[in-house]
Structure formats: C-alpha cells, structure tokens
Design a protein around this ligand. Structure first.
Ligand code: KIV
Length: 256
C-alpha cells in the first residue's frame, strides 16, 4: 500500500473500528510491534525524553528523528509510520514542507506536527505535496517551556471550542487524523463526535477517542523514572533488565 492509501485506511476506520498506535524508535521494536499488529508506529519526539535522556522534547532535532526513523523503516513495517516534525523545523510553510520531504525521503509514510489554526497553512503545504499529515492538539509538549508545565486541556467550554476550531482548520488543510493529548474525557468525546477524521487519544481517558496511542516505554515498563498517571504498563522490562544484568554480573564476577 502507498503511504497515502495507508493514511486513508486510518481515516476510514473512524466509526468502524478503534485504532491502536504506539511510539517506536528502533528496528527490533518496530519488527515486534508490527508483528503484534499495531496500526501506527510513531517516531515521536518523545524520543528525546525516553531514549535520549533530555528533560523534554524541546531539544530534539531533525537529525535525531531521522536517525531513529531510518532504523524503524529498516523493519519494513506494515503499520503506517508517522514521524514527528521536531520543534523549530516548521516555522514557515516552506520550512515545514522541506522538513516533511526529508522525513518522507527517509521512509516516513506520514508526518505529525503540533498545533491548530496557526499551523493550517503549513499542513496545507505538506498535504498539497502528497505527504499525509497527522495533527496534534490539546496539550502540546513542544510548548512546555512557554506554558510552564504540562497542563490538561478542554477544562472549559472556551478551551474545548478552541481545540475544535483548531481541528476544523487542520481538517480543511487535509490531515488524515488528529492526536489529542491530555484533553479532558468530556471534551475528547465532544471533539471526537464533532469531527470527520479519527481522534487518537493519549491521556484523554479510555473510550473517549477513535483510538489510542501509548509511548512504548510506558507500555513495557522500561522507563521507570517517569510513568504518567494514565499509563497502563503491560510488562516490567526495567525489573527484568536489572534481574538479567545482575545474573550476568554475578556469573561473570563469581567465575574465578
Ligand atoms: O512524541 C510523541 O511520542 C507523541 C505522543 C505523545 C503522541 O507525540
């Protein structure tokens, strides 16, 4: 399937079945998650926090994303591969298109960027060039420094209306889906019911969106230093790693 067909298939799931998406940053994980049947692999800029050890996503560069995207793409996943446009790489429509083209050339099926009305022109520049775009509304991690932390969105009718207006602007510019991050359950339900493309939620409550996305380290329990309150780990790889390493160290150091 072409990237455009894969993205259209995701849009088509709205109202018929829920969408499962996971972040992914490397080759073996991409192979395993694809075999498990995930619909979407997102090479997200959460990479900066859960792989590169930065305090937030604002230090992630295009070179970082390209390096990890290329590893994910080497797994030749069936899933739609989305790559994040890092902060400062989409300041103008022209720069957004140049960045998106680099990510598409590296094998991304689609790209994602944060923000609503003020990004619509940039989204249009990218979709007009045939590259599918996923929106990202609600809490925007690339704005954590300006906003002084991670704050829940959709708490008032005005905030919900602003997200809805952003969603409509992105849809008019051609997005195939929108990630909603840390939006209240009630606002997520309202937005999901109101718009024509799927919403994929994180930190929005279960059953409130057309799908969900999880950061892979939250699912696997491999980044124990910060686990968001909404995360539902299905494994404890941190403990398994320490146990395996201790066994190895004991075997090697006790060998003489
Ligand atoms: O970078 C990322 O992992 C994301 C998800 C939190 C949606 O944008």
């Amino acid at each position: 399937m072409s990237p455009q067909e894969k993205a259209a298939a995701i849009t088509g799931y709205k109202g018929s079945r829920l969408i499962a998406a996971l972040t992914c940053y490397d080759y073996p994980t991409a192979r395993l998650l694809d075999e498990a049947g995930t619909d979407i692999l997102l090479v997200g800029d959460s990479l900066g926090m859960v792989v590169l050890g930065f305090p937030d996503t604002t230090r992630v560069t295009l070179a970082h994303i390209l390096h990890h995207l290329e590893a994910v793409v080497r797994a030749q996943p069936q899933a739609l591969v989305i790559a994040d446009l890092p902060i400062h790489t989409y300041e103008t429509p022209q720069q957004a298109l140049e960045t998106a083209r680099k990510l598409a050339a590296a094998g991304a099926d689609a790209v994602k960027l944060e923000g609503g009305i003020r990004q619509a022109e940039k989204v249009r520049a990218i979709t007009s060039a045939g590259i599918p775009v996923c929106g990202h509304l609600g809490m925007l991690p690339q704005r954590v420094l300006e906003e002084g932390g991670y704050h829940k969105k959709g708490k008032t009718p005005e905030q919900t209306r602003a997200i809805l207006e952003g969603a409509e602007a992105l849809i008019a510019a051609g997005v195939f889906a929108i990630i909603l991050e840390s939006v209240t359950p009630a606002a997520s339900r309202e937005i999901t019911a109101a718009i024509s493309v799927p919403t994929i939620g994180i930190g929005c409550g279960e059953g409130t969106c057309d799908g969900q996305i999880a950061v892979i380290t939250d699912l696997l329990g491999s980044f124990p230093w910060f686990v968001p309150p909404f995360a539902k780990p299905e494994a404890d790889l941190a403990a398994a790693t320490i146990a395996a390493a201790r066994k190895y160290i004991g075997r090697v150091q006790g060998g003489r």
